[in-house]
Design a protein around this ligand. Sequence first.
Ligand code: FES
Ligand SMILES: [Fe+2]
Length: 470
Amino acid sequence: MTMVDITRGRPRPSVQEVIAADVVAAPLVMRSESPAVGLGDDDISVERYFSKDWHDREVEAIWRRTWQLACRLEELPNVGDHIVYEIVHDSLIVVRTGPDEIRAYVNSCLHRGTQLRTEGGCVTKFRCPFHGFTWDLAGSLVVVPGEWDFPHLDKAKFDLPQAKVGIWAGFVFINFDPACEPLDSYLEILPRHFADFALEDRYKAIHVAKIMPCNWKLAMEAFIEAYHVPVAHGQVLAYYGDENTQYDVYPGVRHVSRMISVQGVPSPSVSHLTPETTISHMRRDVPFYGGKPIDIGPGMTARAGLAERAREKIGRSSGRDMSGVSDSEALDLIEYMLFPNMVPWGGQSLPICYRFRPHGDNPERSIMEIMFLFAKAPDGSHPEPAKITWLSEDEPWSNAREMGSAAMVADQDTDNLKRIQRGLRASKKPGVTLARYQESRIRHFHETLDAYMAREAAVGRHGAPADRNT
Ligand code: FES
Ligand SMILES: [Fe+2]
């Protein structure tokens, strides 16, 4: 294979050049880049964004095979605490069953199928609301009302079926596939990259979910590239590195990619901006940097001044010493994705986590969630984790007041996504065409998606050839 440098011609300064000039140096993991190699240039088929047949195959190949974020650990502090995780038609009760044990039970009564739980809470047992079959937290059937009428039922064989559970960085993951790859290897480079970011020391302070007017993949793709930023979010050009965002796709890594957008420096597309303009626009759009004036002395950059303000603010709100936090971690958008649908941010200023999934059985609607993970106090205490604020398809993100300035950006994206979904249905072109570098994470995502789809087509749901009946 010929090695092609897909970054050739991109605007300067690069992210690495900006980070190299920082006052407080970034951790090693930030000081490298890995542009994609050998991904190809073919168009991506459009049917995957609206075809019901494609959606049905995705359910088997993706949603019943991959590790998915279910919830945060701090949502399940006590034995019996649980949430309900739903994905298309599947439903799990994710429950703490012991001080060191979390399980995921299939949310369906083994008598006649009734959902055992419709929402989270804390229970000592799961009692079906229809006839009262009851399971204890260990998943054993303990009560069968009118048991004389079930001489044919062996209670020992009526344990609640389970999905697999794994934990990383305070996130609880589930996987429906009993033969799945272990979570540790599935995560690939993610734990190493997040070693400095310590998301296990965070708690979920804000959680907003919205029904999106598009396929789940379209929604996610709009949040894993910055190529659209100059046109869709033109307000940020004075302080955000859009055109010089760094995109990393690592050799041999299937499930993880990354992008870094620097902040506190203008877009390469604008010139002759004073540092004062950069600071004032950033403070205008992101109140986090507000408060007393940010003075930049001789030789000091807007970026250094804003980084210092961020360190002060995070230090004050978390009660921790943040003086050693690098400018990059304090300011930049350091965004990873974990296949298929989780997008956790690194850094220290405002770790966000997105999750994208289909909305029920409709390939043209999805659920997008934005979680804000704030630092726990040094002793590990924290306020109650946030309950989900749900927004309907017609409600803007700005209706969730807790989103603050992030809502405006998300609303700009949502307006576009509605047009993308409709435009793709109208298109007579069979595929979408991607930029080589700036959309390389999207191409990498589809490469992995295609690999899972192909594997499913080859082995089928139960591990036997899919064409075994033909
Ligand atoms: S359906 Fe659950 S007890 Fe009958
Ligand atoms: Fe956007």
